[in-house]
Design a protein around this ligand. Structure first.
Ligand SMILES: [Zn+2]
Length: 473
């Protein structure tokens, strides 16, 4: 479990450690040190509390850890060229404007300028509360400051640069989700911490498949943008107007709905919020996604039933002495793989369950094992609050140099993070971002754009109708 889960109290603050070693707290809402256009005045600080600002800080990551690391200096040197030639600034700005950057009579002209952007400068300076009135200014800001990372914050009731005052507050932002491979260390035998490989990446595929369907079917959201975080995880940006306007309480409720996995206790047992029978949405996840990935992908890759430290807590959770000892001796004999061992476990449990109407000792045990290992593990603190920054799509991850590219949930099982273009690939011309910007446009932005237009048009009709009825009196 990551420490960020317990740090919500400090979410409004940027807890930062000065490079000299002292700790300083920059209260985000009150500090005068983080002016929108006062980057030079920003404290030179090393991010310590991820929850305070965004994902993918480099905390707890040894300098040589992580797969696919490239030379950080060459990435840094390439950023200016990246923003000038490759970063789809206009497309990003258009998305975040939700139609309010157009010429339509009903646009809210102040909307775009009330959105917070946070630029990370020189690796560890956070210039929060940047706002840009139009795409041209956004591009100019990028060219001027060349951030190593861009985070997107909420839309406030006023311009972020005019944030001093008691009533300054966020009024909308995308509902976001963050899933990070470091939260899966206890169920990986291939890698740990920031490292990822083709054997553990399917855990992200499972997370996308389950959450995407859940958000669409159970909550009715339509405009979901999935993005590779550039290193070891994925983000989801739910951009429906209804999602953007959710209160913090409602965001928490949505995140909790998916927070089935509650961590591991001291004995290694996984804590889960599961009922018997399963909630219909969890039953769907189990039948449509989890079962298949468990036997076809996860077990062959992670071989957990061939690792005693991994299977012991599983056997301990089976409240039937006979089954447990039969499995224990079977697992000690060589010659069977994890899939065969799971099938044996499944057979013994099912046979025992069939003997009585309801076997309370073995209730839902198979499901519990599967959910405890591969059901999505969310960093729910990221989802809970409107006022939470999240790394923007198409950023460059400073360690891997990879672009945070959009992903298609329908084909995410084919996604290969090793093939994601790095900033160096783009500059050398060996790869391009065309496929990624096309995916963003075709699978996400187009439908949203149509809806934005339709909303403005219906607003016009409402205004006309109101004027009409006014004239009737
Ligand atoms: Zn791995």
């Amino acid at each position: 479990m990551r420490s960020s889960s317990s740090s919500s109290k400090r979410r409004q603050s940027v807890k930062a450690r000065a490079l000299g070693g002292g700790v300083l707290y920059l209260n985000a809402a009150m500090s005068s040190d983080a002016h929108a256009d006062a980057a030079p005045m920003a404290k030179k600080a090393k991010m310590e509390d991820k929850d305070a600002i965004a994902m993918e800080t480099n905390e707890n990551v040894p300098p040589d850890a992580g797969s696919g690391n490239v030379n950080a200096e060459s990435v840094k040197r390439s950023m200016r060229e990246y923003y000038q030639q490759f970063y789809p600034a206009d497309l990003m700005y258009k998305w975040l404007a939700y139609g309010h950057d157009g010429k339509h009579a009903q646009v809210d002209k102040s909307f775009t300028n009330r959105r917070e952007f946070c630029f990370t400068l020189d690796g560890d300076i956070f210039a929060r509360y940047q706002n840009f009135p139009n795409a041209k200014e956004f591009r100019a800001g990028l060219a001027r400051k060349v951030p190593s990372k861009i985070d997107i914050g909420p839309v406030f009731n006023r311009k972020p640069s005019e944030r001093h005052g008691v009533d300054f507050k966020p009024v909308e932002r995308e509902l976001v989700f963050d899933i990070d491979m470091t939260d899966y260390d206890d169920v990986r035998t291939c890698c740990s911490e920031a490292n990822i490989c083709g054997k553990c990446w399917p855990l992200m595929t499972v997370a996308i498949k389950v959450l995407d369907v859940g958000l669409r079917k159970d909550f009715g959201f339509k405009h979901l943008l999935w993005v590779y975080s550039g290193r070891r995880g994925v983000h989801c940006w739910v951009s429906d107007e209804r999602a953007r306007k959710l209160s913090d309480e409602a965001r928490s409720a949505v995140a909790e709905y998916f927070a089935v996995y509650k961590g591991t206790d001291a004995s290694g047992a996984k804590r889960l919020s599961l009922t018997t029978p399963l909630h219909p949405s969890l039953k769907r996840a189990y039948n449509d996604v989890l079962k298949k990935y468990w036997t076809e992908v996860y077990l062959p890759a992670q071989k957990i039933f061939e690792h005693e430290d991994k299977y012991t807590p599983i056997l301990d959770s089976i409240q039937d002495e006979d089954i447990r000892s039969e499995l224990e001796s079977a697992f000690k004999r060589s010659g069977t793989d994890s899939v065969a061992r799971w099938e044996l476990l499944e057979t013994l449990v099912t046979r025992e369950q069939a003997k009585v109407k309801r076997n309370y000792k073995l209730d839902g045990i198979l499901e519990k094992i599967v959910f405890g290992h591969i059901y999505p593990r969310l960093d729910i603190e990221v989802s809970r609050h409107m006022n939470h920054l999240l790394k923007a799509p198409f950023c460059i991850h400073p360690k891997t140099g990879r672009v945070c590219v959009p992903m298609d949930p329908e084909t995410c099982e084919k996604f290969d993070f090793e093939q994601v273009p790095t900033v160096l690939d783009l500059i050398s011309g060996t790869k391009s971002l065309n496929e990624s910007t096309e995916l963003f446009t075709e699978k996400f932005w187009k439908a949203l754009d149509v809806e934005n237009e339709a909303k403005l048009t219906s607003k016009t009709r409402e205004v006309k109708a109101a004027n009409q009825s006014g004239m009737d009196f």
